[in-house]
Design a protein around this ligand. Structure first.
Ligand SMILES: [Zn+2]
Length: 198
C-alpha cells in the first residue's frame, strides 16, 4: 500500500476532511452501515454498527523508513506517485501487519530504492497528530551503490549535504529527519530524536 502522508500546512485536505476520508462507513463484521457515537464506558466517537453493535476502533497509522547512508552521502528517492510527484523523499511507507518496525523499514527501502542495507539505530520518532500518523526513521548503512528503484520511484540518488535539493523535499518529516541527521553527523554522535510535527 503506497504511503499517503500528511500534506503541507495550507495545502491538501483539511484535517476534518482527512479524517472524513478514513471514516468507517460500513461494519467490518456484517457490512451494515455504521454510526459514529460514544459507546457506553467510552469517551470518544467510534464507528458503531447499527445492526450487530460491533465497535470499530481507529488508531494512528505507523509510517516506517530509513536514512540510507554511503560515506558522506544520503540516498533519496524521487517520487513517481502522488502526492508530491517528482519530489524527493527518504524510503518509507506504511508498516504492515505481521512485521516489526525494523522489518518494515528494510522492506520499504528495498521496494522503493532497490537498495541493500544494514539497519542501524532508530533515529527519529515523529508524531504527526494532525493526520493521525506516527513516523519512525532508522539510520541504515548502504552495502553497495547499485540501486533498482521500484514503480513508486522515478530514480534513487545519493546526495551530499550541500547537494541536497532542500526545496524539493516531499515531506516535513523527511526534512526534519535529514536536518537532524546532518546536524548529528557533524557533531559525530547520533541520538534518538522525538518531535511533534504540526
Ligand atoms: Zn455489524
Amino acid at each position: 500500500m503506497p504511503w499517503r502522508p500528511p500534506g503541507r500546512p495550507g495545502a491538501g485536505p483539511t484535517l476534518a476532511r482527512m479524517f472524513e476520508l478514513r471514516r468507517i462507513k460500513h461494519c467490518r463484521a456484517c457490512g451494515a452501515p455504521t454510526q459514529y457515537r460514544v459507546p457506553a464506558d467510552d469517551n470518544r466517537d467510534r464507528a458503531v454498527c447499527t445492526a450487530c453493535g460491533e465497535i470499530h476502533y481507529e488508531n494512528p497509522i505507523n509510517v516506517v523508513g530509513t536514512v540510507p547512508v554511503w560515506g558522506d552521502q544520503v540516498l533519496l528517492c524521487r517520487r513517481n506517485i502522488e502526492p508530491r510527484y517528482g519530489l524527493w523523499t527518504l524510503p518509507a511507507g506504511f508498516l504492515e501487519l505481521g512485521e516489526t518496525t525494523a522489518e518494515g523499514a528494510v522492506r520499504e527501502t528495498v521496494e522503493e530504492a532497490g537498495a541493500r542495507i544494514e539497519l542501524q539505530g532508530l533515529f527519529t520518532v515523529l508524531n504527526v497528530v494532525r493526520v493521525g500518523q506516527l513516523h519512525l526513521f532508522y539510520r541504515a548503512r548502504l552495502l553497495d551503490t547499485r540501486f533498482d528503484p521500484g514503480p513508486e520511484t522515478i530514480e534513487a540518488q545519493l546526495f551530499r549535504e550541500h547537494e541536497l535539493p532542500w526545496d524539493q523535499v516531499a515531506f516535513r518529516t523527511v526534512r526534519e529527519t535529514l536536518q537532524r541527521f546532518f546536524a548529528d553527523r557533524s557533531r559525530g554522535r547520533y541520538e534518538l530524536h522525538h518531535a511533534d510535527i504540526g
